[in-house]
Design a protein around this ligand. Structure first.
Ligand SMILES: [Cu+2]
Length: 123
């Protein structure tokens, strides 16, 4: 095989896998509406590739945190991931999720402690 043919095949396979990624859609979407403080959210159980949709109409946002403990500060890093900054209304849907356990909360001060946290178990 010539080098240019090998390069063409490599480009094609990279292109195809990129396209598959774009087309990936969740197997199930679990909606949390309203996403707010002073709530008590039951654990969410989803199949692999399930997704969670958050909807809110007051000042909230969505962050992923590594453990069930509310962080002292919402500085991204060490497992803290900013997914949707706080805004006066909005919605956010996670990408299809791999097997595992995830915690989502809101970065607005005191909301996590007030119950705006949910555990999601996938798989
Ligand atoms: Cu909030």
């Amino acid at each position: 095989m010539s080098n240019s043919l090998i390069a063409a095949v490599l480009c094609l396979s990279v292109g195809l896998s990129f396209e598959r990624e774009l087309q990936a859609s969740p197997s199930t979407i679990y909606t949390i509406d309203p996403w707010g403080d002073e709530m008590k959210y039951p654990d969410v159980k989803l199949p692999v590739n399930g997704a969670v949709q958050f909807k809110w109409s007051e000042f909230h946002g969505v962050y992923r945190i590594p453990i069930s403990t509310c962080p002292g500060a919402f500085t991204p890093g060490n497992g803290i991931v900013a997914l949707a900054p706080a805004s006066s209304s909005g919605s956010f849907t996670t990408p299809p999720l791999a097997a595992g356990t995830y915690w989502y909360t809101c970065p607005v001060p005191k909301h996590c402690q007030a119950g705006q946290i949910v555990k999601v178990i996938v798989g």
